[in-house]
Design a protein around this ligand. Structure first.
Ligand code: GDR
Length: 355
């Protein structure tokens, strides 16, 4: 029988890849799209478009996770087998500027979904996946797994941690199949340009094509466990296919600094970088020409920073049989190649799926 999935945040990187993954599995896919994505489909739905998910493939509904009534009616109408709650404010830096709306979207939004399932009497029918985040670990020592004490240090991390506990609470109180995927950073050619990986790969492609711009970055010492979003959406699905709900870390188990990511991305186009200076005076310099390609910008530092994220996904490997396929080098290459292709095609103005 055809299963039905409802994805909030379907217009985002993970939403688009998950929709593609579920369509390939034969699911009927519904997605929640905020009015601003809806009203500007050229921009807002670009990722779905890039994956060829148009028309019949996904049924889009205008709405917002902060609108409980809207969600309630939609969930009653769709009666999904599975809900993937991927909607949310996803930029940690922005959450310091807009903490109240971050909690509204990233916490109350989750509550609205859980409650819509409950009040519609679907608690024994609909399974709920919650996009929890490694940002919840905050200052906790690496490597982090499901048993690590969480010490979030951004409004984003706090909001996600509250949602994580709501999911556990609804699971225990109402017997719902509600599960957290605690995902470490996951990137792709569809990553937004405000995230450091895509910002770097776009800049590298531009420099290769002749741009004289200098790439300005914040904390180069920050260490992240970067995986490929396409591997991670398969893990989200696997989390909802078990006999009983549980929470799982998804990560690659390999960590690199922002500096290393930039170095690898430039190396992919044949530019060898060396680092000179320290702190805010540190610069990434092309070895061959002595030209400065990377500078540090104090404005891009966060009020409080998660310094070192490195995930231990042993539980997902052992119980779900999940393991990422893409290597760090493969991810960097795919992202740089996609940005190169986008530049060649149309001056870099649109998304590209190449790579
Ligand atoms: P993160 O991703 O905050 O880990 O959250 P991001 O790519 O924004 O930052 C990663 C690290 O790079 C440092 N950094 C910069 N970051 C940005 N955005 N821009 C810069 O110029 C820059 N320079 C250095 C940051 O300080 C940080 O340490 C992502 C999001 O997808 C979350 O939604 C998700 O929950 C977590 O990953 C897991």
């Amino acid at each position: 029988m055809t299963k039905t999935a409802f994805i909030t945040g379907i217009a985002g990187q993970d939403g688009a890849y998950l929709a593609q993954f579920l369509r390939e599995k034969g699911y009927s896919v519904h997605g929640l799209v905020r009015w601003d994505s809806y009203s500007d489909p050229l921009d807002g739905l670009a990722r779905l478009d890039a994956l060829g998910l148009v028309g019949e493939d996904v049924r889009l509904h205008m709405g917002d996770v902060t609108d409980a009534n809207n969600l309630n009616l939609l969930i009653r109408e769709i009666r999904p087998d599975e809900i993937y709650n991927l909607a949310g404010l996803s930029q940690v830096q922005v959450s310091f500027e807009t903490p109240a709306s971050t909690l509204q979207i990233n916490t109350a939004g989750t509550l609205n979904i859980l409650d819509a399932v409950r009040v519609n009497g679907l608690e024994n029918y609909t399974r709920v996946y919650q996009a929890s985040s490694s940002e919840m670990f905050g200052k906790a020592r690496a490597p982090q797994n499901e048993d690590t004490k969480m010490e979030p240090c951004s409004p984003y991390g706090v909001a996600k941690l509250a949602s994580y506990h709501l999911v556990k609470s609804y699971r225990e109180s109402y017997g719902m199949y509600a599960a957290n995927g605690i995902l470490f950073n996951h990137e792709s050619p569809l990553r937004g340009e405000d995230f450091v990986t895509r910002k770097i790969t776009k800049a590298v492609a531009a420099v290769e094509a002749g741009s004289n711009d200098v790439l300005r970055l914040g904390n180069l010492d920050s260490v992240r466990d970067w995986g490929d979003a396409r591997d991670f959406v398969a893990g989200m699905w696997a989390i909802l296919q078990r006999g009983a709900p549980d929470d799982y870390v998804l990560a690659t188990g390999e960590a690199h600094s922002v500096r290393e990511f930039a170095q690898a991305a430039f190396a992919h186009v044949g530019i060898s970088l060396e680092w000179r200076g320290a702190g805010v005076d540190e610069k990434g310099v092309e070895v061959k020409s002595g030209r400065v390609l990377v500078e540090v910008d104090r404005q891009l530092f966060r009020p409080s920073e998660v310094h070192h994220l490195l995930g231990d996904a042993a539980k997902a490997r052992d119980i779900l049989g999940w393991a990422p396929k893409t290597t760090f080098e493969g991810l960097v290459a795919a992202m740089v190649n996609a940005d190169r292709a986008a530049l060649r095609l149309d001056g870099g103005a649109s998304w590209s799926m190449a790579g």
